[in-house]
Design a protein around this ligand. Structure first.
Ligand SMILES: Cc1cc2nc3c(=O)[nH]c(=O)nc-3n(C[C@H](O)[C@H](O)[C@H](O)COP(=O)(O)OP(=O)(O)OC[C@H]3O[C@@H](n4cnc5c(N)ncnc54)[C@H](O)[C@@H]3O)c2cc1C
Length: 376
């Protein structure tokens, strides 16, 4: 294990690295928010020896990270150019990231690598060089026989998908096994300061102490004093079907009308809306019906499937659609949020670069485009 200047984990088990100062327990790092970003970052810090407490107001992994589709979109029409290096690096880290979590937690995260069939909007067909280079390996009718309109222009991308619910559950279980502490049920109201430095967090009921604090509170990150990050909730609704046969569709299908994400157990996710609706997480019938129609238009045999459930979640959006990653103006206080539509994809690379920043190492990627300072 590499040392990052944190206490040796062997010492931790002996209790030597916790400062029992007048019965006040102290961790090396407090992570606010137990979504996939907070969990992955906590695991990366713990791997290098840090003692970590995750303070989660509900149950870990039940917000955006529970609602997500789980496409690991390396090259999307919406992927901002500044984010491309992180997206590519994170996509490459996924097999290892997923395997480690599966091995340690025993939870199958359903990482699939059948690839993605993209039906681009007609006026975008030749706009993205990655798409124009991505010809179908075989005719569409052979590649995915259940898809309607086999003559439609389509491209093939070697992208993976994962089950975000299983992934979050695996990360939570792994975190507990590795000795990461959790406080669940009370929200953090503020980062506590002493002499202008972060020294912990305050919840409605108590205070926790650490010389370093990271805000990973997703769409709610901007609500925690003393800094107001310009994150906003961007609602996404998803419909979940059961395919008439588990292998009806193998590939993720992205079309302008909807995307389809098959899971190995026969579920098929159809989504997702992108709505500015504040913190509302209700689904609405017209949107869900629209997705159902789009799915049936794309693959008519889905008429013989079942509707299982629908849900909505809140993506952490930012004004420039880029994540917010780095130290804040308050020494000891960091932020890793604003992953918008790509937080599942970006979890491994976020954990790597942010653990470097928190440990005063130079991250392998230039984080200037993601600095919280850009909004000042
Ligand atoms: C419908 C939908 C589809 C998506 N599809 C994809 C996809 O295909 N691929 C992809 O990569 N991404 C996708 N995303 C985006 C992805 O889900 C998010 O970017 C990612 O989950 C963000 O993770 P997070 O940990 O930052 O946020 P969250 O998972 O929302 O976690 C934040 C956590 O912080 C907690 N919290 C908030 N405030 C406080 C507080 N004051 N104190 C303590 N705890 C607090 C919350 O309870 C929550 O558990 C999708 C999102 C949605 C909604």
């Amino acid at each position: 294990m590499q040392s990052a200047g944190w206490a040796n984990p062997a010492e931790i088990s002996l209790g030597l690295s916790f400062f029992y100062n007048a019965e006040v327990k102290t961790w090396d790092v407090i992570v606010i928010g137990g979504g996939i970003i907070g969990l992955s970052l906590a695991l990366a810090l713990r791997r290098r020896g840090a003692t970590v407490l995750i303070v989660e107001r509900g149950e870990p992994g039940r917000e955006a990270s529970h609602a997500a589709g789980g496409m690991l979109v390396e090259c999307g029409l919406e992927t901002p150019a500044a984010m491309q290096p992180l997206a590519t690096a994170s996509a490459r880290m996924y097999p290892e990231f997923a395997r480690e979590l599966e091995l340690e937690s025993g939870v199958h995260v359903d990482l699939r690598d059948h690839g993605t069939i993209v039906f681009p909007p007609p006026d975008h067909v030749y706009e993205n060089p990655e798409f124009t280079a991505a010809l179908l390996p075989v005719p569409l009718a052979e590649l995915e026989p259940a898809l309607a309109q086999p003559q439609r222009p389509a491209f093939y991308l070697k992208e993976r998908s994962v089950d975000p619910r299983a992934l979050s559950a695996a990360a939570w279980k792994t975190a507990k096994r590795r000795g990461i502490d959790f406080s669940s049920g009370d929200e953090v109201t503020a980062v506590t300061l002493a002499d202008g430095r972060a020294v912990g967090v305050k919840t409605v009921k108590t205070e926790f102490h650490a010389p370093k604090v990271v805000n990973c509170a997703g769409a709610w990150s901007g609500k925690i004093a003393p800094h107001t990050f310009p994150t906003r909730p961007v609602k996404g609704q998803i419909l979940c079907l059961l395919m008439p046969s588990h292998t009806l569709l193998k590939h993720v299908v992205r079309s302008p009308e909807a995307y389809l994400i098959p899971r190995s157990d026969g579920r098929l996710l159809v989504g997702a809306s992108v709505e500015e609706a504040g913190f509302d997480k209700q689904t609405d019938l017209p949107t869900i019906q629209r997705f159902h129609r789009a799915a049936l238009d794309l693959a008519q045999e889905l008429r013989n499937g079942k509707i299982l459930e629908s849900w909505a979640g809140l993506r952490p959006g930012t004004p420039d659609a880029l994540p917010i990653l780095g130290p804040t103006p308050t020494p000891g206080y960091y932020v890793a949020t604003g992953h918008f539509r790509d937080g599942i994809l970006l979890a491994p690379i976020t954990a790597e670069v942010m653990s470097a920043v928190i440990e005063n190492r130079t991250p392998e990627h230039d984080l200037t485009p993601f600095s919280p300072e850009r909004f000042h």
